[in-house]
Design a protein around this ligand. Structure first.
Ligand code: GLY
Ligand code: MN
Ligand code: MN
Length: 488
């Protein structure tokens, strides 16, 4: 749609324009009569008595914990800004995880500020763009006007929904410039906010805030666990969708699989939580295969690694490696069964009190044993593991924290994550794999071009773990039976 009336300056940075100024050329092509006509005749659509969003109680508790960690300091957490794709077209917006975690909001340009109040504690305020002004014409003459982008919540509505005071974002940069006392900001999302704070913050102190917010997300609350289960349940349905259309993918390409899963993600959730890996045949050996433009052939395996992100931004991260024609060949099954056994050992090692590394070690041990048994590596297994020789074919770590980010808690300190201890409420993936590159001359030819990964989303519980993605079969016979039933 042509948008020739859109001014180039973002709305919140524009001075209020009078009708006369517009007439004098700021909005060429708008007559006095049209401007006057567009000012009036609109119903009042303000909403009253809104219920808070489901996560509002949880976001308040998260802000309280953040406040206790940084007493007396102003804390600034931006949502991020739209990123231009070309001209007046933007990439889809996805709010910064830290911002959504603390507010429950996902609006571009939003800013959460925790202002110190007295000796301890903070007053939280959220800064958002108000509804478009009808008087000055911005609602239809600005690119971010509601006529173009859709109705926003008024600030009063946002207060009711999110459960904290909401102010006009057009004042936030000036308020931050004038702020006194120590300040920390979550960097990397909003250059305007960062520019306003440039002489008040340090990289080291801001990093402490980012690390805190990463570590705070390691243990999920009841709301988050529910959302993760929803993400997984939609993902299970997305995998079922894919199995049902494998014949269409064979007639086209891996893109048919990507598009099929994406449809489920967009209809039931917000998006996919990361670029879907739809890797048929030897593409399974390319760990981040997201081009998804290859052929889908009967007799090959399909490694599908995909996850639905919910409307509240929690994502699943699930992989299944499926025989495209419904039956694993002998060599495919041998490799698949080894990965399955490694995953079983890994999942069994997920329990409260275990070290985060334990499930990785358990899976790697099984894979090293298999590689020695198959004659691909010289034993003993302990020597293989000590030298890491199995890694030519296992390639990656066995799992990671999962939550609002697919690789959640990524800024956590080593001692709080990789060298840390599992606790109830943590959610992580267990995803061993074996990958024999098509050009790997060190393995017999029959192995080449086969890649297998099995990935599940595992919640640490009080007495062990729960596999959130148990709705998708993993054992080879069960996978074949499941596929046969779906294909009808
Ligand atoms: N899908 C990315 C991963 O498995 O970590
Ligand atoms: Mn993963
Ligand atoms: Mn994955």
């Amino acid at each position: 749609m042509a948008d020739e009336l859109t001014p180039e300056t973002p709305e919140e940075e524009q001075p209020k324009k009078t009708h006369k100024q517009r007439k004098n050329g700021l909005y060429p092509g708008v007559s006095d009569e049209l401007a006057e006509n567009m000012r009036t005749g609109w119903a009042d659509t303000e909403l009253h008595g809104l219920e808070p969003v489901a996560q509002a109680a949880h976001t308040a508790a998260r802000r309280a914990a953040l406040s206790a960690r940084f007493p007396g300091e102003r804390l600034v957490v931006p949502a991020g800004r739209l990123k231009t794709r070309s001209n007046d077209t933007e990439y889809p917006f996805r709010a910064a995880t830290e911002y959504a975690y603390l507010t429950g909001d996902q609006t571009e340009n939003g800013v959460l500020v925790l202002e110190p109040a007295g000796e301890s504690g903070h007053t939280a305020a959220l800064y958002l763009l108000p509804r478009s002004d009808r008087e000055n014409g911005e609602f239809w003459l600005s690119g971010q006007g509601e006529l173009w982008v859709g109705r926003r919540h008024s600030l009063a509505e946002a207060e009711q929904l999110l459960g904290l005071p909401v102010k006009d974002v057009r004042t936030v940069a000036d308020e931050l410039k004038e702020a006194t006392g120590p300040v920390r900001v979550v960097r990397g999302h909003d250059p305007v906010v960062e520019a306003a704070l440039t002489d008040k913050v340090t990289g080291e102190r801001d990093e402490e805030l980012r690390v805190y917010l990463s570590e705070a997300r390691a243990v999920k609350d009841a709301f988050e666990i529910g959302e993760l289960q929803k993400a997984v349940d939609s993902t299970v349905r997305g995998f079922e969708d894919v199995v049902k259309v494998l014949d269409k993918a064979e007639a086209t390409s891996e893109r048919y699989i990507e598009g099929t899963f994406f449809l489920r993600a967009r209809v039931e959730g917000n998006d996919v939580g990361y670029g879907s890996i739809c890797a048929a045949g030897a593409h399974a050996c390319t760990l981040h295969w997201v081009r998804n433009d290859g052929a889908v052939r009967s007799g090959d395996l399909l490694l599908l690694d995909a996850g639905v992100e919910t409307h509240t931004l929690y994502t699943a991260d699930v992989t299944r490696t499926l025989p495209i024609n419904g039956r694993y060949s002998e060599i495919q099954r041998k490799i698949y069964d080894a990965v399955y056994e490694a995953q079983e050992a890994g999942i069994a090692a997920v329990k409260p009190g275990a070290k985060f590394r334990d499930f990785h070690d358990a899976s790697q041990h099984v894979l090293a044993e298999k590689l020695v048994e198959w004659g691909l590596l010289e034993g003993p297994v302990e020597r293989v593991l000590e030298l890491g020789l199995q890694r030519r074919w296992t390639l990656h770590g066995t799992g990671h924290m999962l939550g609002m980010d697919v690789h959640d808690c990524a800024a956590a300190r080593t001692e709080a994550y990789v060298d840390g201890t599992l606790e109830p409420g943590m959610c992580l993936t267990v995803e061993p794999g074996l990958y024999f590159q098509a050009d790997d001359l060190t393995v017999p030819e029959e192995y080449r071009g086969i890649g297998v990964r099995i990935e599940d989303d595992i919640l640490v519980t009080e007495d062990g773990n729960r596999n959130l993605s148990a709705g998708l079969p993993r054992q080879a016979d069960e996978v074949e039976a499941w596929m046969a039933a779906l294909k009808g």
